[in-house]
Design a protein around this ligand. Structure first.
Ligand SMILES: C[S@@+](CC[C@H](N)C(=O)[O-])C[C@H]1O[C@@H](n2cnc3c(N)ncnc32)[C@H](O)[C@@H]1O
Length: 194
């Protein structure tokens, strides 16, 4: 049996919402893997907005984008995702098809710099207001590191209160059945346009 990682699953889900010309957000750039994925899926006519609070994350993401000639489709911001409304131009509000959050710390860098529940939830609130009528947010959370446990707990509570039309929330647990294992929150928005 092939095991699919939660990150691969997040890419599959997000990919099903994206078509050429779409607008997408990477709320946690890190080393830019998710941004490259999003940039490919939105095509030349699309646009990705990527956020991180650490300059090395922007450098690493930009290098990765340049290697694949995808940099024109991506706007990188050295800013907290909590300030997303300041950085995504008004013309795109209500048009965001997908947003990815991959929480925790930047692999290979200072593990003390992590996402924090206050800014994570502020960002999720803001991003949920930017979504297109049919859209998705994925949040990959890691309760296994200090601070990640509280963040995952409060995220679950936030997601639970959001669940209900037009949002549907699904929690997907890792196949490694441990309380510290990563978990994927999938927040789908579906507005009936008829
Ligand atoms: C697990 S990494 C992301 C991995 C990344 N998506 C990739 O594809 O490589 C988490 C990132 O979140 C960033 N981060 C922490 N707090 C943040 C905030 N308030 N706003 C935006 N990014 C933040 C960290 O600096 C770190 O680079």
């Amino acid at each position: 049996m092939k095991r699919i990682s939660l990150l691969e699953l997040a890419h599959d889900i997000v990919g099903s919402y994206l078509e050429p010309g779409a607008i997408a957000l990477d709320a946690t750039l890190g080393n830019g893997h998710d941004t490259v994925f999003l940039a490919r899926r939105v095509g030349e006519a699309g646009q990705v907005f990527g956020f991180d609070i650490q300059a090395p994350a922007l450098v690493s993401s930009f290098q990765r984008l340049i290697q694949q000639d995808l940099q024109q489709r991506v706007t990188l911001r050295l800013a907290s995702h909590a300030d997303v409304l300041l950085h995504v131009p008004k013309q795109y509000h209500g048009r965001v098809k997908a947003a990815m959050f991959n929480l925790g710390y930047l692999p290979g860098a200072d593990k003390a710099v992590i996402t924090h529940v206050g800014s994570t939830l502020a960002a999720l609130e803001a991003v949920s207001g930017l979504l297109a009528p049919r859209a998705v947010i994925t949040v990959l959370a890691y309760p296994g590191h200090a601070g990640g446990d509280l963040e995952a707990q409060q995220l679950a509570a936030w997601a639970q209160q959001l669940d209900g039309a037009p949002f549907a929330v699904e929690l997907i647990l890792s196949s490694h059945d441990k309380p510290t294992a990563p978990r994927l929150f999938v927040i789908r928005k579906q507005v009936d346009l008829l």
